[in-house]
Design a protein around this ligand. Structure first.
Ligand code: ATP
Length: 297
């Protein structure tokens, strides 16, 4: 039995660009792995037992609709593996929240089974399989701070974010990413996030500059449909966040803080109607760091 963390991510910046002939949108995102993780344990089983997935902490399908299951099945088929596997998934990352929890689970299963089945797939081979599972799965394997372009799979590692703290605020609703893209196509936003400004602030190690350049193309359409998202952002700023922004297509909003004590105070003030998590940046992707070392600080 082996244990693998599946880290959530936030988008410090997310710019949706043009729609492509294949139906996807080109994006330009600045992604940051954070210390909120699902826990995945994997035990090898005889072939006749196939792939089994047990989930706690969320109501999710346990078969082929689940990205963790699909990751195991893809690896098994492509590599001709003659062994079964039992996967236990403990969800901590809110579902359909803009935190890419499903992608994180898929990446952790790919990474874990590559090791446990002794497949020795190289990083580029794992990345190609990851992209078949979803646009955010390659980043979940890489982790840290990175620019993600194309569908999200063209990755450029960036200068790691300075030590800081995030308060994630989840208003306990789910947002469909497909719906959010359709809304953007229907009424394109007038302003674009300043991704070059964000990249310059990151390169200069300027945390206040990063906070000033947080931005997300989905912010306006999501706030219009879900006023609680605008309320969460206002509340984070009122509680002293250096900056606050939507992640993914929402509904999670994060606030950036320089000190842990400020982040904890803000999280305590906002807790109640919304779920809050105090997390910090993580420098690596799926399976690389000992989870408890980061979670228990
Ligand atoms: P996305 O932008 O990819 O929708 P997200 O971060 O907003 O990502 P996820 O938590 O990854 O949201 O879930 C998106 C959808 O994927 C959910 O509706 C869920 O039913 C499905 N899903 C499949 N497998 C998983 C999984 N292991 N964990 C969470 N959701 C999963």
């Amino acid at each position: 039995m082996d244990f693998f963390p599946a880290w959530a991510k936030v988008n410090l910046g997310l710019e949706v660009r043009e729609k492509r002939p294949d139906g996807y949108h080109n994006v330009r995102m600045v992604n940051q792995t954070v210390s909120l993780a699902d826990r995945i344990t994997i035990a090898l089983r005889p072939k006749r037992e196939g792939i089994t997935l047990r989930i706690t902490g969320a109501e999710l399908p346990a078969g082929e609709q689940n990205l963790a299951y699909r990751a195991a099945e893809l690896l098994q088929k492509r590599c001709g593996v003659r062994s079964g596997v039992q996967i236990e998934l403990r969800k901590h990352i809110p579902v359909a929240a803009g935190l890419a929890g499903g992608s994180a689970d898929a990446a952790a299963v790919l990474y874990g089974l590559n090791r446990l089945w002794g497949l020795n797939l190289k990083a580029a081979e794992l990345m190609a399989l990851a992209l078949e599972l979803g646009s955010d799965v390659p980043f979940a394997l890489l982790g840290g701070t990175a620019l993600a372009e194309g569908r999200g799979e063209v990755l450029t590692p960036l200068t790691p974010l300075l030590p800081c703290w995030f308060v994630l605020v989840h208003p306990r609703i789910e947002v469909s990413t497909a719906w959010a893209y359709a809304e953007l196509d229907r009424c394109p936003p007038s302003a674009r996030p300043d991704i070059p400004g964000l990249l310059a602030a990151l390169a200069a190690g300027d945390l206040k500059g990063v906070a000033a350049h947080l931005g997300n193309s989905f912010q306006a359409v999501i706030e219009e449909r879900y006023p609680c998202v605008a309320e969460a952002k206002r509340a984070l700023l009122a509680e002293g966040a250096l900056g606050a922004c939507l992640t993914g297509s929402g509904p999670t909003v994060f606030g950036l803080f320089s000190e842990k004590i400020g982040a904890e105070k803000a999280a305590a003030a906002l807790k109640g109607e919304m779920d809050t998590f105090v997390v910090r940046p993580v420098a690596e992707g799926a399976g690389v760091l000992p989870l408890e070392a980061v979670m228990e600080e």
